[in-house]
Design a protein around this ligand. Structure first.
Ligand code: SF4
Ligand code: SF4
Length: 731
C-alpha cells in the first residue's frame, strides 16, 4: 500500500511540475505579444453572451458538430474526459484506500453506468478518428487531405495514449470487481465485462493486476497531461480561453483597426520607428494572436474550405497558423531574454530564428511566403469553419498592412488601383463625373442628394464604384433603381459626392488610404443626414460597400442603418410593393457572395426573391450558404493577377455548371464580374451553353415585373403594369 501511494504521488508531483513549468513558459511567450485590452473589455461588457458562447461552442461543441461523424467522435471524447474526471478522483482515492468511493454518489449504480458509457464512447470516438485519419491519409491524398501539413505522428501518439487511458481504466476496474473492492454493484457494464474476462486468473493475480493497472492508469493520465502541454493537444486547455476572447461574430464582418501597444493607431501622430504598423514580426501579434497559435488543433477544417488551397495556391490557413506557432516557439528564448547580453549568448539556431523576416521568400528564410498572404480572398471560410475560433483573416491582413505600409511590398499590379483610389476616388480612376452616367440611361429621373436629404427620402442608394462605373454592374444598378422607382420608394443617390468606401485599400493592407476615403464618406453621409436614428437607411448594392459602411465605419464614428439591396427588395416583394408577374422560366443557381453571406449572414433574402419570381427553378450548388465558395475577388484579389493554380472563378463556375443552369445569379458586382469572366471563357471553349448568363438577383426580379409578352395575335395591353427596367441583361 505504501509503495503504491509513493509511486502514485511521485508520478503526480513530477507530472504537475513538468506541465506547470511548460505552461508558465508558454504564458510568458504569450505575454511577449502586444496587449489587447479591447478583448478583455469585450468579455467584461458581455458576460452573459460569452457564457452562452462557452456553453454552445465549448460544452455543446456546436461548430465541431457541423461535421457530423468527426463532430460526434470529438464530442464523445470531450464529454467523456469531463465525465471521466470522476474516475480520476476514484483512482486517487484508491491509491490511499482500496475500498474508496466518492462520498455521497460513489456507490450509485447510475454513476458507474455513466462512467462506463463514456469510457466506451471515448473508445468509439478514437476508433472513428483512426478510421478518418486512415481514409484521409495525406501521404496518399496529398493536398486533398485536410491533414496535409499537420503533425500526424503526434496525432497517432495521442490516439494511442487515449486508448491506454481507457484500457488501463477498464482493466483496473475489472480487477477490482474480482477482488471485491469495486464500489459499484451494478451499472458499470464495461468494467463487469472486463472483470468477467479476468475472473479465471483468480483473486491473487487480480489483486496484482488491480495495483499495476491503477498505477498504469495514473501514469498514462499524467503522461497525457504533460504531453498535452508540449503538443497540439494544448487546445484542451487553451480552446475555452480562445473562444472566450474571440471576436464576435467570429472575426467576420469588419476588420479591426490597427493598434499599437493596445491603442488604436492615429496616423497623424503614429511613428513607424516606435509604433507597431501591422504585423512585421512575431511579437507584433497580440497575446490573442499568440493564443490562436497555441490553440490550433491541426484539424484542417479551415484548409479544406479555403478556395486558395482548393485551387492549388500556397495558402493554407492552417499552415499559416502552424508556421507562426513554430516560429514563435523557436524565437521564444530570444523574446524572453531580458538583456542584449543574454540574447547574444543564445544558441545560433535561436538567433537565426530571431533574424528571419516574418514575411519573406524561401531564399530570404521568411516565415510566411509573400504568395501566401497575397493569395487570400478574405472569404472567411476558414474563420467560419474553425472550431476554436481562430482569426486567420486578422493575421493575414495584419501582415499585409506591414508589407504595404512599411515595406512597400505588394503585388505591383495593385499599385494602379491604390493610386486611382487616392487620386480619383475609385479603383478604375474614372473619376466622380462618370458616377451618374448610368442614371442618364433610365427613363425616369434619379434624385441626387444635394446637401441634407429631403425629409421624405427614406433610402440613400449607395451605388458603389463598380455599380456606377463597371458595365456589367451598371445593369444591376439600373435594375435596382427601376425596381425602387416602380415600388414607389423615395430614394436618392449621392452621385459625384460618393467615393470608394475604401474596402479594396483596407483589404490590401493600406489602412492609410482606407481611412482617408472612409473619413471623406463619413463626412458626406453625416452632412446628408444619414446618421443612425435619423430614420433613413442606406441601401448598398455591393456587399463590400455594405460590409464596410455597416461594420467598419463605426470604428471611425460613422454609424448608419445599412441594408443590402436584396434585403430591401425581398421586403418590398413581401409587402406587395413589387409584384413579380412575368414567368422567368429558367433554372437558376444562386452564388452566395462571401461578404454578404458568410460575413453578414444574409442568405435568405436573395433566395426569397427568386422564390417569388414565377417560373424560376432554383437549384443550389453543393457549396452554398455558409459553406459557399468564393468567386476569387475579395481581399482586393480583384485587382491582383492570379498566377498560381487554377483560377478560383473557374473552379466556382465548374461547380455551377454541374447544376446545368440557364442562369447564375448573385448579389455582388465583384462576383458578377468574376463569374461572368469565367462563363465567357467556358463559352469560348465550348464547355458552357451560349445562352448561359450571370446576373444579379435584382435583374431577375426586374425581368419579372414587366408585363408578359402578349401572344402574337392578341391586341396590345392598354397600359404597362409597372415601368419597365431600362436595361435588361443580354448575357
Ligand atoms: S479567408 Fe478564405 S482565402 Fe483567406 S485563408 Fe481563409 S479560407 Fe483561405
Ligand atoms: S485553424 Fe482552426 S480549423 Fe484550422 S486547423 Fe487549426 S483548429 Fe482546425
Amino acid at each position: 500500500m505504501v509503495l503504491r501511494i509513493v509511486v502514485g504521488l511521485v508520478l503526480t508531483v513530477a507530472a504537475f511540475a513538468l506541465a506547470g513549468r511548460r505552461l508558465w513558459w508558454l504564458a510568458r511567450v504569450g505575454r511577449s505579444g502586444q496587449p489587447a485590452p479591447e478583448r478583455i473589455a469585450a468579455v467584461r461588457s458581455h458576460p452573459a453572451r460569452d457564457a452562452e458562447v462557452e456553453a454552445t461552442e465549448v460544452i455543446g461543441q456546436r461548430k465541431l458538430l457541423k461535421w457530423t461523424v468527426p463532430g460526434l467522435a470529438h464530442a464523445f471524447t470531450f464529454w467523456g474526459f469531463i465525465v471521466l474526471l470522476l474516475t480520476i478522483i476514484e483512482a486517487y482515492g484508491d491509491l490511499f484506500s482500496r475500498t474508496f468511493a466518492i462520498p455521497g454518489i460513489g456507490h450509485w449504480a447510475w454513476v458507474g453506468f455513466i462512467e462506463d458509457l463514456f469510457a466506451v464512447g471515448v473508445l468509439a470516438g478514437i476508433i472513428t478518428f483512426a478510421i478518418i485519419r486512415l481514409r484521409s491519409n495525406p501521404e496518399r491524398e496529398g493536398r486533398k487531405s485536410r491533414f496535409a501539413g499537420s503533425h500526424t505522428g503526434a496525432a497517432w501518439l495521442v490516439l494511442g495514449m487515449i486508448f491506454l487511458v481507457i484500457a488501463t481504466l477498464l482493466l483496473y476496474r475489472g480487477a477490482q470487481i474480482n477482488t471485491g473492492v469495486f464500489p459499484y454493484a451494478h451499472g458499470a457494464f464495461a468494467s463487469q465485462i472486463v472483470g468477467h474476462w479476468l475472473h479465471p486468473l483468480g483473486t491473487g493475480v487480480n489483486s496484482v493486476l488491480e495495483v499495476v493497472f491503477l498505477l498504469a492508469q495514473l501514469a498514462v493520465v499524467l503522461g497525457f497531461l504533460v504531453f498535452v502541454t508540449y503538443s497540439k493537444h494544448l487546445h484542451i486547455i487553451t480552446a475555452p480561453i480562445n473562444v472566450l476572447f474571440s471576436r464576435r461574430p467570429n472575426a467576420l464582418r469588419g476588420l479591426e483597426p490597427m493598434r499599437s501597444n493596445g491603442k488604436v493607431l492615429d496616423f497623424e501622430e503614429a511613428d513607424p520607428d516606435t509604433d507597431v504598423f501591422g504585423l512585421g514580426k512575431i511579437e507584433d501579434f497580440s497575446w490573442k494572436g499568440m493564443l490562436d497559435m497555441a490553440t490550433c488543433t491541426e484539424c484542417g477544417r479551415c484548409q479544406s474550405q479555403c478556395p486558395a488551397w482548393a485551387t492549388g495556391k500556397p495558402l493554407s490557413p492552417k499552415q499559416v497558423i502552424l508556421d507562426l506557432r513554430d516560429h514563435a516557439l523557436a524565437k521564444a528564448p530570444y523574446l524572453l531574454a531580458d538583456s542584449d547580453e543574454a540574447r547574444e549568448k543564445l544558441p545560433d539556431a535561436v538567433k537565426f530564428e530571431a533574424g528571419r523576416p516574418l514575411v519573406g521568400t524561401e531564399a530570404e528564410h521568411g516565415v510566411i511566403d509573400p504568395d501566401v498572404i497575397w493569395s487570400c480572398t478574405n472569404c472567411g471560410a476558414c474563420v467560419e469553419e474553425c472550431p476554436v475560433d481562430i482569426e486567420h483573416i486578422d493575421h493575414i491582413d495584419g501582415m499585409r498592412r506591414h508589407q504595404v505600409l512599411i515595406e512597400s511590398a505588394f503585388p505591383t499590379e495593385a499599385s494602379g488601383m491604390l493610386k486611382n483610389l487616392e487620386n480619383k476616388g475609385d479603383p478604375w480612376g474614372m473619376g466622380a463625373n462618370r458616377r451618374l452616367a448610368w442614371a442618364e440611361e433610365l427613363d425616369f429621373e434619379v434624385p441626387v442628394a444635394d446637401g441634407t436629404l429631403d425629409p421624405e427620402v427614406e433610402y440613400l442608394f449607395w451605388v458603389g464604384c463598380a455599380g456606377a462605373l463597371e458595365d456589367r454592374a451598371r445593369k444591376t444598378t439600373k435594375a435596382i433603381a427601376t425596381l425602387l422607382h416602380s415600388a414607389g420608394v423615395n430614394f436618392a443617390v449621392l452621385g459625384p459626392a460618393e467615393t470608394c468606401t475604401g474596402d479594396p485599400a483596407r483589404r490590401m493592407g493600406n489602412e492609410f488610404v482606407y481611412s482617408m476615403l472612409a473619413q471623406q464618406n463619413i463626412e458626406t453621409l453625416n452632412e446628408t443626414g444619414l446618421a443612425a436614428g435619423a430614420g433613413k437607411t442606406i441601401v448598398a448594392s455591393c456587399p463590400h460597400c455594405f460590409n464596410t459602411i455597416a461594420n467598419e465605419y463605426p470604428q471611425l464614428g460613422g454609424n448608419y442603418e445599412v441594408v443590402h439591396h436584396t434585403q430591401l427588395l425581398a421586403k418590398l416583394v413581401e409587402q406587395g410593393k413589387i409584384t413579380p408577374v412575368t414567368a422567368v422560366e429558367e433554372k437558376i443557381t444562386y452564388h452566395d457572395p462571401c461578404f454578404l453571406g458568410r460575413h453578414n449572414k444574409v442568405f435568405t433574402p436573395p433566395r426569397e426573391i427568386m422564390e417569388q419570381v414565377p417560373g424560376v427553378q432554383a437549384q443550389e450548388m453543393h457549396r452554398c450558404k455558409n459553406r459557399g465558395f468564393c468567386c476569387g475577388a475579395g481581399g482586393a484579389r480583384m485587382w491582383m493577377e492570379e498566377r498560381i493554380g487554377k483560377r478560383i472563378n473557374t473552379e466556382r463556375i465548374d461547380e455551377a455548371l454541374t447544376t446545368d443552369p440557364d442562369t447564375i445569379s448573385t448579389g455582388c458586382p465583384y462576383c458578377l464580374v468574376m463569374l461572368g469572366d469565367a462563363v465567357a471563357a467556358k463559352k469560348a471553349s465550348g464547355e458552357a451553353k451560349d445562352t448561359l448568363e450571370v446576373v444579379d438577383v435584382a435583374q431577375v426580379l426586374a425581368r419579372s415585373i414587366q408585363p408578359p409578352a402578349p401572344p402574337a395575335d392578341a391586341a396590345p395591353p392598354a397600359a404597362p403594369a409597372a415601368p419597365a427596367p431600362a436595361d435588361q441583361p443580354t448575357g
